[in-house]
Design a binder for this molecule. Structure first.
Ligand code: HPA
Length: 273
C-alpha cells in the first residue's frame, strides 16, 4: 500500500462522513463551464480547500467546488474546476479525485474541456465528442507502485471513450437539435500555447483538438475501470504553421456561450443511462 493510497482512503472517508455517500457518475467541468444543470438537486457542496488532501484550482474560470447531488435518479458528483499539470500538479495529484470517486463507487467519468480546433471542419463554439486521445504531456498518473485496489498494473486503452455512450450522445444531440462531431484530443503540458510547427505536427499525427487537460484524468479513470465520456468546446481555431494567439479570456468567453447546450446534452445523457 502506498502513502498515496492512504491519502485517497482518508479523503474518501471524509467525504462519506460529509454526506457524499454513493455517487455513480463523476463530472469534471473545464474552463468557463461551472455547473448550470437545470435539473440538478444539490445534496452537498464542499470547497476544494475544505477537503483534506484535495488539490485546489488556481486558474481563472475554475470555481474550486465539489458538488454532490442527483439528476433524476442518478447520484452525481461534480467537480467545478479541475487541476492541470501546468499549475504544478503531478499527474498523480490529478488522479486523486478520480481514485477517490472510484472508492466512493463511481462507474462513469464525464469530462469536459475547452480546446483549440485543429480539424478544419471544427468551428468556434462547436461541441465535439472526444473519440480518442494522444497523451503528449510526457506524464502519466499510473507511474510508481500500482494501486491494486483501484486497477491493474497495465491498463488497456481499447474503447477508451466508450463507443456505446458516444453513439448515445450523437442520438441525444440530434434529438435536441445540437450539432456535435467527433475527434481526437491531443493533451499537451502547457501553459504556453502551441507554436506553428507544433500545430503542424499535431495535425500530422491525427489530432483534431488540442488542450492542456483531460488525458491524465482519463488514463486514471480507465485504470479504475470506468466508462469515459469526453466533450470539448472548440474555443479557437488553429492552423498548421501558424502559432496560436488565443487568450484565456477568449477561451472562457467562447466556452461559457456553449455551456447551456453542453449542459443540456450531459443532462439528457445522464437521464438516458
Ligand atoms: N491550445 C491549448 N489549449 C487550449 C487551446 C489551445 O488552442 N484552446 C483552449 N485550450
Amino acid at each position: 500500500m502506498t502513502s498515496n493510497y492512504r491519502i485517497i482512503q482518508s479523503t474518501t472517508d471524509f467525504l462519506k462522513e460529509n454526506g457524499i455517500t454513493s455517487p455513480e457518475i463523476l463530472v469534471i467541468l473545464g474552463s468557463g463551464q461551472n455547473n448550470c444543470f437545470r435539473n440538478f438537486n444539490l445534496i452537498k457542496s464542499l470547497k476544494y480547500s475544505d477537503i483534506p488532501h484535495f488539490p485546489t484550482s488556481t486558474v481563472k474560470g475554475h470555481k474550486g467546488e465539489l458538488q454532490y447531488g442527483s439528476i433524476e435518479n442518478k447520484n452525481v458528483l461534480i467537480m467545478n474546476g479541475r487541476f492541470h499539470l501546468y499549475e504544478g500538479y503531478s499527474a498523480k495529484d490529478i488522479a486523486i479525485p478520480i481514485q477517490i470517486s472510484k472508492l466512493l463507487g463511481v462507474k462513469i467519468l464525464i469530462v469536459t474541456n475547452a480546446a483549440g480546433g485543429i480539424n478544419r471542419y471544427f468551428k468556434t463554439g462547436d461541441i465535439i465528442i472526444i473519440n480518442d486521445h494522444i497523451n503528449l504531456t510526457g506524464q502519466n498518473p499510473l507511474i510508481g507502485p500500482n494501486i491494486e485496489d483501484i486497477g491493474e498494473r497495465f491498463t488497456v486503452m481499447n474503447n477508451l471513450y466508450t463507443i456505446e455512450y458516444r453513439n448515445k450522445l450523437v442520438n441525444i444531440a440530434a434529438s435536441l437539435g445540437i450539432k456535435v462531431m467527433q475527434g481526437v484530443y491531443a493533451g499537451l503540458l502547457g501553459p504556453n500555447l502551441e507554436t506553428g510547427a507544433e500545430l503542424t505536427m499535431l495535425k500530422t499525427i491525427g489530432a483534431d483538438l488540442v488542450g492542456m487537460s483531460t488525458v491524465a484524468e482519463v488514463v486514471a479513470a480507465k485504470h479504475a475501470n470506468m466508462e469515459i465520456v469526453g466533450l470539448s468546446i472548440v474555443t479557437n481555431s488553429e492552423f498548421p504553421g501558424k502559432a496560436s494567439d488565443t487568450s484565456h479570456d477568449k477561451v472562457i468567453d467562447v466556452a461559457s456561450k456553449a455551456v447551456p447546450n453542453l449542459m443540456k446534452l450531459i443532462e439528457e445523457f445522464i437521464k438516458s443511462i
